[in-house]
Design a protein around this ligand. Structure first.
Ligand SMILES: Cc1ncc(COP(=O)(O)O)c(C=O)c1O
Length: 406
């Protein structure tokens, strides 16, 4: 007999199709569509302009169609798109050097998304212990509230029932501990623990910054027990928090770091950064990606890193984000019955709501400003990193008028 969920789905087939799409219905039914983008703005084909402080969920790090990125992409597009990793790709060597020079890492693996970057990290963790004749050390610990992607391993790691149900078999090899609770972590570690994965700033769960002293204590535990420490900076990395990578605020380095989203400024890319002693376990043939390291993605990401890692860029980002956050704090104080707080670092901003955050997002959208939902009844405000002061003022005006009218 057909399971009830399938029977319902088959019964609804014509109805779902008639909703306009041959796409898998996993994204709901968005009704807003854009024709083009410039800097901090998106435009519909009938000319309506939206202030985009969602930026493709922290992807368009330099706004829409940044001239340096367009130039890098089109120049590369005229030369060469794809050869595969059967051949040397000098753009990927340059980007790897670029990242190694500016971070804790010695080696980089390129892929096409955040989840793939995280998966590479999981494989590095397990392979490291395996190569030390300890294959039983294969379990990885994550923090409650985390999000690491939508592949089987990454949903198993985050252990969100809404994402796992019907997909994950068993626990997938992951254990979960309380967010930023060192005792909970100490209790969970045993002889099978291979690694720990942490988002230094949790994104999906509502922009929650992991305290520095917790990260320091975790680093110490990892060093004492030969546990691999991995940071997931898919969302908080590449300048979003005000430093190139968020871990640089704390001065506590991981052994592995997953990067993606903002690294490509809108072009799909993922990168897994690691240290020598882990990297050497990935012998030829042990891992790979057809598109990983392709010249187009590499050209754009080199342009992104060249731009963002300049001292002047980061200084202006810090000044603008300080200003924005201070003004948002004024709004939180002015409307204590509507808002309860502000969180995050740099341009990764969470606004905690007492009102329904979905309704706030809808009203902002009606007023031509885009932001993103996050967990815990909050919204994520993620402008481009090169946002202008005038655009920040515009956002504050829209927010203020929506709150005033509430
Ligand atoms: C912290 C974090 N890790 C991993 C991912 C997965 O990235 P992707 O959707 O590119 O696979 C995301 C995506 O939102 C993320 O925020």
């Amino acid at each position: 007999m057909m399971p009830p969920i399938l029977a319902t789905a088959v019964g609804q087939k014509s109805q779902v199709r008639s909703m306009n799409s041959a796409l898998l219905p996993n994204y709901g039914h968005p009704d807003l569509e854009f024709d083009h983008g410039r800097g901090s703005y998106l435009f519909t084909d009938d000319g309506q302009r939206y202030l985009d402080f969602a930026m493709g969920i922290a992807v368009n790090s330099l706004g829409h169609c940044h001239p340096a990125l367009v130039a890098a992409l089109t120049e590369q597009a005229r030369k060469l798109w794809h050869t595969s990793n059967l051949f040397r790709i000098k753009q990927s060597e340059r980007l790897a050097q670029n990242l190694v020079r500016r971070t804790f890492a010695d080696r980089v693996f390129f892929c096409n998304s955040g989840a793939e970057a995280v998966e590479c990290g999981f494989k590095l963790i397990r392979r490291y212990h395996y190569s030390k004749d300890q294959p039983q050390r294969n379990r990885i610990i994550s923090l409650s509230g985390s999000f690491h992607g939508r592949t089987l391993a990454t949903i198993a790691a985050a252990a969100n029932p809404g994402h796992c149900d019907g997909f994950v078999v068993g626990d997938g090899g992951f254990d979960q501990v309380e967010f930023a609770d060192i005792d909970s972590l100490r209790q969970a570690i045993d002889e099978r623990t291979a690694g720990i994965i942490i988002e230094p700033i949790q994104g999906e769960s509502g922009i929650k910054v992991v305290p520095g002293d917790y990260l320091g204590a975790v680093r110490e535990l990892c060093d004492q027990q030969d546990i691999v420490l991995m940071f997931d900076e898919v969302q908080c990395g590449v300048g979003r928090s005000g430093t190139l990578y968020a871990y640089q605020h704390y001065g506590i380095s991981p052994d592995i770091l997953a990067s993606a989203k903002g690294l490509g400024g809108g072009f799909p890319i993922g990168a897994c950064l690691t240290i020598e002693k882990l990297s050497i376990t990935m012998t030829p043939g042990s891992h790979g990606s057809t598109f990983g390291g392709n010249p187009l993605a590499m050209a754009v990401a080199n342009a992104v890193i060249d731009e963002i890692s300049q001292d002047e860029f980061l200084a202006e980002l810090a000044a603008n984000s300080d200003y924005f956050r201070a003004e948002l704090a004024v709004l939180v104080e002015a409307y204590p019955q509507l808002l309860s707080g502000i969180s995050g670092l740099g341009m990764m901003i969470g606004l905690q709501c007492r009102i329904d955050s979905m309704e706030l997002i809808a009203r902002l959208r009606d007023n031509k400003m885009l932001v993103v939902k996050a967990g815990g009844n909050s919204i994520r405000i993620m402008p481009p990193l090169n946002v202008g002061r005038g655009e920040i003022e515009e956002a504050l005006e829209i927010l203020s008028s929506v709150l005033k009218a509430w």
